[in-house]
Ligand binder design. Structure first.
Ligand SMILES: [Zn+2]
Length: 140
């Protein structure tokens, strides 16, 4: 196992410890991935790292507490909440839906306020007209 700081390969196991990584929920149930990893002693006397932990490619990262699957899921949710579109976010959710389905579900929410324009400025009118393709707006 190469030391992440100096690159010198070490075979000297310093110890083992259990890691618990929060994983994506399965069937609505929170999931945890547990694994035992080794801690190696760096064989380079000039290296500032005395020991270093084994990383499982594609699963663990130094000090990481989430699996890549859960991190991708949380990233997708955070991007949605922020109103951003992230490339590759759909595979992270692993959900295939029609393109109008999320908006349809949002409209069914009873707590979603009905959009009505009360005050409309010139800039708002222009930007909304461009967004909607020049459609008409009703305001009270
Ligand atoms: Zn080292």
């Amino acid at each position: 196992m190469p030391c992440p700081r100096c690159g010198v390969v070490s075979w000297r196991v310093h110890g083992r410890y259990a890691r618990r990584l929060a994983d994506a929920p399965f069937g609505g149930v929170p999931a945890v991935t547990e694994l035992v990893v080794r801690r190696f002693k760096c064989l380079n006397p000039q290296c500032p790292a005395l020991t270093f932990a084994e990383q499982v490619e594609g699963l663990t990262s130094p000090h990481g507490r989430y699996t890549p699957r859960l991190s991708a899921l949380l990233t997708s949710i955070a991007a949605c909440l922020a109103g951003c579109r992230v490339r590759g976010s759909q595979p992270a959710l692993s959900i295939r839906v029609a393109k109008d389905k999320p908006l349809d579900l949002l409209r069914r929410l009873p707590e979603l306020p009905q959009a009505s324009v009360r005050v409309l400025g010139v800039d708002d009118y222009l930007s909304r007209s461009v967004e909607s393709g020049g459609g008409r707006f009703a305001w009270s």
